[in-house]
Design a protein around this ligand. Sequence first.
Ligand code: TH1
Length: 855
Amino acid sequence: VEASIPEPQRAAWKKFQAHGFKSKDEFEKEVVRHVETTLARSMFNCDETAAYAAASLAFRDRLITQWNRTQQRQTFSDTKRVYYLSLEFLMGRALDNAMLNVGLKNARTSSSLPLILKLTASAEGLSELGFRIEDIIEQEHDAALGNGGLGRLAACFLDSMASLNIPAWGYGLRYRYGIFKQEIVDGYQVEVPDYWLDFNPWEFPRHDIVVDIQFYGHVRKYQDEAGKQVALWEGGEIVKAVAYDVPIPGFDTQATNNLRLWSSKAASGEFDFQKFNSGDYESSVADQQRAETISAVLYPNDNLDRGKELRLKQQYFWVAASLYDIVRRFKKSKRAWSEFSDQVAIQLNDTHPTLAIVELQRILLDQEGLEWDEAWTIVSKTFGYTNHTVLPEALEKWSVPLFQNLLPRHLQIIYEINLYFLQLVERKFPKERDLLGRVSIIEESQPKMVRMAYLAIVGSHKVNGVAELHSDLIKTTIFKDFVKIFGPDKFTNVTNGITPRRWLHQANPRLSELIASKVGGLGFLKDLTLLNELEKYADDKEFKKEWAEIKYANKVKLAKHIKTTTGVTVNPSALFDIQVKRIHEYKRQQMNIFGVIHRYLTIKSMTAEERKKLAPRVSIFGGKAAPGYWMAKTIIHLINNVGSVVNKDKDVGDLLKVIFLEDYNVSKAEVIIPASDISEHISTAGTEASGTSNMKFVLNGGLIIGTCDGANIEITREIGENNIFLFGNLAEDVEDLRHAHNYGSHAMDPDLGKVFEEIKKGTFGDAGAFSALVGAIEDHGDYYLVSDDFHSYIQTQALVDEAYKDQDEWTSKTITSVARMGFFSSDRCINEYAESIWNVEPLVPEDEGTSGLGK
Ligand code: TH1
């Protein structure tokens, strides 16, 4: 408050405040200004990198103003805020998004035209200065602070929360190295570090926002003068958390939220001068490096917990800094603690931030002097927990000795939470002695382990899964006992969604414009259910022609990318069959490549006449394997080896090409997804919690082949079963099948057997390299049911071939599907969280509501 400008001087401020660009000229002027002053270059020295930097800085300036206003408005209105805690935010590029979202002030009228104008204005502005907007956008390095779906979901949620005017902050870590860059060398994955921070105009260091974070040490308990038991956490070491803010602009609103990322720094500043002066150079530098290590790297595991101490340090560092910030903000309002959960909702993105529950209890108890029950009531009303997986290897557990050493006070609090919880269970179910051991937050193993998911359930008021099947599964399997204890209402479903701004409008601008021309403008980007207006064009000849042309153009674009990155020529008229996602046995890329081999063998066995009847196909793969996941790396190796055999086989020609696209990430997804005819979402039923790329592919006019898993089921319900190729065993049968593999007879599918024979013959390189991959299925129980599903997979792929031959009907199917995808917007998803979990209301900027886009 002391820092605010007195009333009489504010007029001067207002006069000179920046605002959105009023015109193309104003934008150009700013670009040139940044080139010449900020970058100290000139028109004789301005390459695409400089043009990208200047264009970004021009938009960034506008973002800051919107961002500041939004934050002021939120502070003054004193409404409830949402805090989304996620260890991953897979943001991708920001410039395109900023161009779409930054308001052209005063240009909003009663039609959607200004939006289109605004984009052409940026493009024209750059073109007048001698650049192509596409090339400028391409200069940006992806912000890849995530592994896959979980991190990208967090990014879509930030976009939706801002667009819906929900006062929300994201909190995460500012990794120096995001997910590694993948190179393919001789068919093998090689990991290269990702130096993404080289130039990042989208973040604002807040060197004034620094929090001390404590580790190790010990707890001293004593009675104060009033006779109250007090616990003091003393000693250990301190690391500093420095805030970096990233503005998150909403679409068609001035609202700009904040993503705060924490970076670690040594407490003693640069390094310890005392040690330095006394000649102990090495250890003074080592202290500094150890502190900076905390936020140095993103753990590259998707759906896997490895229990590393540094990961627990990351989690506490991030959670403690975020909670300090949240509590400080709340305390400024001078409200009573009992109002905390009326002002604050904290959502836990998986169990990674579960320590926040313990940290808030510690703050209220040890620092604010509240009684246990009072504190716990506040805590458990504040948190919501989202579960994203049922895979046992992904469920986080931390060893008690590790905890004891790193966070001694937190371990005590966890034991106490557990004690009160188990007492409650005992009162409710006095006769069920086994139940206590089953639901205890502490697993009685050697060593003992803290079960983070159980802690998250006990400390939250709502627990949600991310698709209907998944939310049902957690209630009937891994969290069954907790449903009995807390009742079914604590558990709910919020089916995932995606932002149509990035995943339709930005990734596929031509399709977005064609849609806009039929559904009354770009309003569908705010209310995706408006897409249903499209359905009446599913048989419109002229419309279908344009639709098909756009798909073809997108395929040509991808074909060019394939040519430049792999050297392989693919025919854009062939059926593009795409599977891009993290490589994991449960996602079954191995089944896909075995299917490709089967297709290859079939082609080889045919006569020239028979071959003429075949539908040409390009099988495209992409995705990273965790560096320590040997089997996943073997799958990548096999795909590449199959590609190098098939792609140069003269008998095959255009009928089959096999491509592995290097370094799959968000910006590559924006090129790949719009080019698909069919995409594969073929996880073993019951293993993929939701999947979100399935939604992106359908929204871009692709059909999908998939199992009855995750969100595929709801996609089918929405678009109709005639518009999707479903196959394979159901989740309910998986347990019995696995049992039969292990205790009964397990006959290999004969077609799969032939594929294995070919691999063993060495057709795709040294057979020994693939023996573990084949052995997992033939000899070690086939845990992911590849053999069980192989036959129906192959048969269903044959149906795809047949259906693709009728291009006219295929196009109709894709139009109908897009028209029915309205449900899968992350806006719908965020509205559900806001209503049923967070209990927050939007805060609409006063000068809004004139864009004409509706809703
Ligand atoms: C993914 C799920 O596998 C996917 O099905 C889902 O659509 C997505 O989350 C968003 O809900 C998960 N990613 C991770 C990553 C880690 C741990 C667990 C999961 S679950 C590190």
